[in-house]
Design a protein around this ligand. Sequence first.
Ligand SMILES: [Zn+2]
Length: 344
Amino acid sequence: MWQVVGQNRAVSLLQISLAKGTLAHAYLFIGPQHVGKMTLALNLAQALNCEAAEPPCGVCSSCQKIASAKHADVQVIGLASADLTEGKPRAEISIDQIREAQHSANLPPFEGKYKIFIIDGAEFLSHEAANCLLKTLEEPPERVVFVLLTTNARLLPATVVSRCQRLDLSLIAASEVETTLNTRWGVAFDKAKLLARLCHGCLGWAIQAALDDGLLQQRAERLEKLLDIMGAGYEERFAYAAKLAEQFSQNRGRVQEVLDLWLDWWRDLMLTKVGCCDMITNADYAATLTDWARSLSLTEIRLFMADIQAVGEQLRQNASPRLALEVLMLNMPKRKEGVLVKHG
Ligand SMILES: [Zn+2]
């Protein structure tokens, strides 16, 4: 049974190729973080090496070894698997990692039927590593399948993309995430419902948040900070802009996460304002949202949403983070006089 959830189109395509024996030598799975790319890649590896009549069975020794990352013929190559350089994680997948995989690809499978090389975060392949990989993709060895995973195919060389069969993974419906969390992971209904909204179609995030309270705690802290800033004067807002700009220099992704959270919040304010409260993401903050929506106009909300999106784009284009974030703080609408209802 294929474990991956909500990817029926991709699964049936792979099943047909397996049944007809028309499998590609290289696949490119594209989709946002936590949507199920790695799960699908591991399922494919299981399907190729499974010992049962209807692969992947999930219970034979091959399937189990692959699930627990102990199968000698299934290798994951990525930033996490790279050796640490001076104690810091690498920023690129190096040519050495690809050379090592190539060497191994030229030897027959050790214990299974196929060798599978999963390149996690293929957009991080260095220029040299991508060129080196291209040679293998052009002349693939027998019984070897490469599976490249990426959030954005445009960040990969077109020559590499053109050598792979492309599979776009879909965002998973909130109702399906909710049911999966409840039935497979035993998450209580209320929590499953909230996580299904917060994960934006990426089940992996919801599972991680269900297993580790840290993610929800971090979200609560970020939302409280946003509420503080919305009620604060310019001095405090600019101090926060400076802090975010400093964070940006160390970890761009984290600042983008904050901006994404803000955009969700302001979208929720818009939905609340127009009476579509059932559609909000931050359902556990419904009362606070109603309170804030009362004190802001729809135009103010709409304009600020556009501002948040614009800053995200400016940061991607290497604008000065401090300036962009300061302007954002300046543009954030001020709450009109009223009683502040805090969450909790
Ligand atoms: Zn099996």
